[in-house]
Design a protein around this ligand. Sequence first.
Ligand SMILES: [Zn+2]
Length: 511
Amino acid sequence: MTAQTDMDPTPLDFDEAMERFDPVFGIEVHVELNTKTKMFCSCPTTFGAPPNTAVCPVCLGLPGSMPVVNHKAIESAIRLGLALHCSIAPSSRFARKQYFYPDVSKDYQISQYDEPIDADGYLDVTLADGSIFRVQIERAHMEEDAAKNTHIGGTGHIQGAAYSLVDYNRCGTPLIEIVTRPVEGTGAHVAEVARAYVAGLRDLVIALGISDARMDRGSIRADVNLSLRPKAAPGEDQSTVPLGRRSETKNVNSLRAIEQAIRFEAGRQAARLAAGLTVKQETRMWHEESKDTTPGRSKETAEDYRYFPEPDLLPVVPDPAWIEELRGTLPEPPAQRRARLQKEWGYSDLEMRDVVNAGAIDLVEQTVAAGVTAAAARKWWMGELARTANEQGVELVELTVTPQDIAELEQLIAGGKLNDKLARQALAGTLQGEGSPAHVMEARGLAVVSDDSALTKAVDDALAANPDIVEKIKGGKVKAAGAIVGAVMKATRGQADAGRVRELIMERVGV
Ligand SMILES: [Zn+2]
């Protein structure tokens, strides 16, 4: 039972916490690699396959089975290390991390301990105000994922569950764990920096093509630790003030939750410290519904895991020539690419941020490459298409519309075959799987009518119905013709060529 004195006082407001204390955070991010097979066996890595169908004696840890390292996983770890400015270890080793839990049937996880493959790097993250913050990375190491437990009954947690199920499909999936050094000097920007760091890592692994990076599917998971220390006295260097005791919040699985978890923990710890209580070094669980954390188990130390070198695997000794070859495969850093594209496209900061947040940067780039102006590409992807994706609860890339379709649509508009309104109808057809915009235009008979015989009749009808406007036009009020254009458009269900209609009106009125 928790003693009364261990109960947390009401958390302080985040801003007040930041006025009184200096935050220091660290993040461990697990990235699931998108290799075809698992880390140490040839089982496929699948998401959503029937439970326990992608398993073998190696990933289940049956006696006598022997692991073999996945070459592609090593390649991904080295490329990530290079992109994070890490040094790549000439030799690194796997170790056994011993613990008992149903999700590791071997009773140990194969990880790297004192010899990680990547060490001493950094990632520069851009904050909302445009400033750049450098997050130092201590290490990135390879390991295998555990199985997935599902607790049935109760609240979905192990406590109070009627029974639990284990799906071993995930166990043995290659992971890279990226560990920061303690991040100091953020002040009140602590939550923003933490979020931007994980977003930056996500963008980087996507650019490298080494993970599907879906936080909602758990392919990127973050454990966030935070501590507070007193503010330095005037004239004193903050970095000389000893660090406070930290808590680690597990499995924070969205960018927003990272920000919220840090803000909550800062307020909770500040309230304890302000009340003269200590902060316990412990693992805490983040609760998405209530936006708070509760204590998990006491934090294990390395000794608890009884690490020792994995005797069934040789050290990883990558050929320096191969490392150099991999260096040549690195993509343009995402932040640099964003800045370059924003300049090329002439977008404002806000417009660019919207495109990035919507995951539309590649789509816009491909649309522009297909010959569409940057402004038009943004108009379509961030307007009609973003709205549709939102309604259907899917990503933009999952829509049936391609950058080539947008290029075709723009050509039809430029060629006078579609006006804006008809173009939207053609696009709606493409979204419903009716084919390319040109195909939909033909099939639905959407093309703009510029044939004079059809238009002349509609113009004459509209003029006859509005004699007062005809008088105004004759009297020199050319703007009044707009009402006649509107009437003709209505009569032709928006399919008339507005420019030609205007010309015909002037002809018929005789001005
Ligand atoms: Zn297997």
